[in-house]
Unconditional design. Sequence first.
Length: 168
Amino acid sequence: MDTIAGWFAGRLPDEWFDGAPEVTVDRDEIVVVGRLPAPEVDGDGARAAESGRIKRWREDTRGKRMRIADEAERRFGAKVAWGAVCGETRQLFTNLSVPVMTRLRQPERRVLDTLVDAGVARSRSEALAWCVRLVGQHENEWIGRLREAVSAVHDVRDEGPAAGSGAR
């Protein structure tokens, strides 16, 4: 993860963002989100101005972003998605929606079906995504600690015996 974030920090033009971009990585995708300077607009027009700034940045950088994404995809083997934050507005674009297979017993399916029947979600798939987002919001601290623990396991494993030494 640090290697990928470092590569993007070094590869992106300095004038694109205020500071280094936020880079998140999973098995399928690298998401790069940078902070843009907020326009000096007060009141009701501030959010519209922020959205406009993001839209302008997206259009102005499209060609370069596509070339950088192609390089990163070849180098790291994952798709690249982009986003920007401006003031209080955050927008992601071109990010993946990846199907995930799961087996659920009737009690879990009934939860999803209740969400669909109540109009909270249009499908079981959307209901499951809703549940995952809810857990992520309410258990964010715990999920963060769990990610840190997994990262520590990966670090220790990487420090282990050299590959090909016969150890498993």
